[in-house]
Design a protein around this ligand. Sequence first.
Ligand code: MN
Length: 279
Amino acid sequence: MKLVSFEGNRIGALRDGHVVDLSDLVPADPGFWPPVGMVQLIAGFERLTPEIDRRLARGGGVPLETVRLEAPVKWPNKLIAYPANYQKHIEEMASSNRADKNAFFLKANSSISGPADAIVLPDLPGREIHHECELGIIIGRQGRHLALSEARSVIFGFCCLVDVVIRGNEERVYRKSFDSFCPIGPWIVTADEVPDPDNLEMELRVNGELRQKANTRDLIYDIPHMIAGASAAATLFPGDIIATGTPEGVGPIVSGDELTITIQNVGSMTLRVEKETAK
Ligand code: MN
């Protein structure tokens, strides 16, 4: 199943090119702040599945191309990210980091943006702002101190994720936490539709030019290790997001660029890049 957020915090599922609205299935209606409808849907998904299936079987919905998609999860408990998780990226950055030794960092939840939003670059003359193409994991069940053998059971689904970063020496969390520096989407694909997440082709293009191309089989710290490792420190909650690290080919983006991320079995989204305008 593919789950979307759309048109002002509505939540829905895709059926045959149509969006079927599921907003009324959760306590937080679309006008409620904070926007936690999708987190509630994920937390209650097992219980809600029969009703969701009934609605999808009934048909209807609005054509996907007529709605404005938003970040599928807007208000997770946390956005975890792993650095230096592909060998060739470590080499291109001449980095002494490695995901299996450094563990995770966090990005501000407020850096999350959606498939129809621009990546907005702050005005920082002389500084490079880079794209990082990453598979995003969405957590489905609460867990702490998870064993490697149970780590996969807490995965709800996957999304495309671009980890945008200003290169430089400030704290990493600062350089990666500007508004719009974590586009996710275009939807969440539930785990049952991704038969082998350890073997997914992914690529990122800027203005059509191929910049990054890799396969998740080359992850140093694999998906179960990332989940179990994160849960050793912090309780994972439904809706939490894990950015799994980027392969080689990172590079600068500038205002006017158009960036496309594509992940096998997950989806694709094209994002425009803009300069921040003075307030
Ligand atoms: Mn990254």
